[in-house]
Design a protein around this ligand. Sequence first.
Ligand code: CAO
Length: 412
Amino acid sequence: MARALEGVRILDMTHVQSGPTCTQLLAWFGADVIKVERPGVGDATRGQLRDVPDVDSLYFTMLNHNKRSITLNTKSEHGKQIFTDLIKHCDVMVENFAPGALDRMGFTWERIQQINPRMIYASVKGFGPGPYQDCKVYENVAQCTGGSASTTGFDDGPPLVTGAQIGDSGTGLHLALGIVTALFHRERSGRGQRVTCAMQDGVLNLCRVKLRDQQRLKHGPLREYPQYPNGTFSDSVPRAGNASGGGQPGWALRCAPGGPDDYIYVIIQPPGWEPLMKVIGREDLIEHPDWATPAARLPKLDQCFALIEEWTKTKTKFEVMETLNPLNVPCGPILSMKELAEEPSLRETGTVVEVDHPTRGAYLSVGNPIKLSDSPSEVKRSPLLGEHTDEVLAELGYSQADIATAKAEGAV
Ligand code: CAO
């Protein structure tokens, strides 16, 4: 069965995390992703955060599945020739270099269009046009500049970055959508186009509800935030701790036996009040005028959650889950990475997969979280540096002698 993006060739100039997550998704959907790396060096992540000496790091292997690797010095004359052939050969080019790097190599968007008018040229940058357009940007910088850090954390603490890589992987996801949209458009227009996504913009898009709240602030306090009604609001959106939305307050509550991840997030929806109070043995509060309605509870949500926590502290998070779910009380255990790695249901769906690697051996990875019924993803190991150089050059029409010359000159 042909996979969804079979036949689409991607010229992958990406490195580190944001770009590679994008091209990995396209590879999982069946695109032929040709990753171009600097001879002898490769993607810097191959050597970063190494856990085993002399083998590609998990950082690299977990972001570059299903790709082919070719080494190419795109700054040498011979390398530029090969690169030009690759641009002719491919449908999509993806890069996330520092601003202007490809222009400096001589490959401007205008030049790329001359070489291949059907080319879709996609880039991740830290910022869009504006005062910071020339800056280099990494994950946490994007989280800070996109509005996530200022709205994450507790009221009395500093801004916080999140473990979810919304700057890098989030922007990679956005870019992948831009690319498949441009491919779809090319079916009708016959032409490629430029696709860009700035990390600041991607993070802000994911923080959309916080810009909503910024505007709501003008019309009074944000009643669903823990600052209401006893704390104070400034003129910008505060950090909301673990609070959830207005009509359905939520909080992370401690569970037994009291380890760092022994918590469960519980949401109190109006219909959930009665069953919750029955479970914790406080039937007296079900009809009590000081507790029975969302409006009555709002000023003392901390007390509501403290009552429920008295009960959750006596159970494990999984016992609480088993008790509250049949009662239609939305809740979810705080799962550690260890628990997720060992979760059988995630293994069964391929969301967590074990992959074999020739120099590292078996390792765990996150597979494709997007499931297509007719185009399932098979996760294949990441390539070794330059593993497919000869193969790809042969596909471009280079003879064994041409390849030997390119190697002798250091172009590949
Ligand atoms: N052959 C020859 N030269 C190559 C090459 C190849 N195959 N591949 C890369 N290079 C060159 C580039 O052309 C560039 O050279 P110049 O500076 O002379 O133009 C040089 O290698 C370094 O590229 P870079 O500036 O992109 O790399 P960096 O390590 O200095 O910066 C990063 C890394 C991520 C900060 C920067 O690329 C960036 O801001 N990218 C956009 C935002 C982004 O994606 N950030 C997410 C990163 S993950 O947190």
